[in-house]
Design a protein around this ligand. Sequence first.
Ligand code: 3SL
Length: 240
Amino acid sequence: MEDKKPKIDACFSPFLYPVYKDDNSIVVIIDVLRATSAICVAFEYGVEKIIPVATVEEAREYKQKGFLVGAERNGLPLNGFDFGNSPFNYMGDHVKGKTIVLTTTNGTQAIEAAKNAYKVAIGSFLNIDSLCNWLIKENKNILLLCSGWKNKFNLEDAVFAGAVTDKISQGNENYKLGDGCLALKYLYQLAKENPNKFLSHSSHKERLAALNLKEDVRYCLTPNQTKVIPIYKDGALVKM
Ligand code: 3SL
């Protein structure tokens, strides 16, 4: 007999997305350090739309047309654009009511990979509770898509995917957990006491610390700074 329970699973890299995708899943894009955190902050501060693009060339074309553009590669903001990828770049009235174009090393690549999914939402520690409450209400299959680093697994996105799995499945027998998200749920149980410490030797945390971005890391790991849930609709991210 067919199992009618909705499923949750986690995909460790955009490279593996074609293996995991199905037509009925809500895909949660995860790049907690830092793209999906910066996106949540921008919507909290009233941005109207974010157009994610995969390449710097596309971003440049938008810039030439007069758009505000955020562009990051390898953790650094690119010259000639308005913002980088730090959540602090998007805090303030300067983003209110604006359309911003964004390209990042990994996060916008994951959005590009999943953009034709049934629904695409943006997840970060900053919006974790409202995201999980919404996902539970939707009662659909969930695929947690970790952006990783250049198609490789990374620890911080994995820990966040585990946190979402943990919250959604806690005391709730309604979901069938795939092995990917089950593994990450166990990982999160090791990390939850002190995620910052747990991640202290992770490659991306070290990379950002070398760029003097420890404050970004600390902020991005702080739960529930906003209730916004950005979703992808007609080629852009908008507030749900
Ligand atoms: O790749 C991304 O989307 C990033 O968030 C990378 S970084 O945090 O700016 O290094």
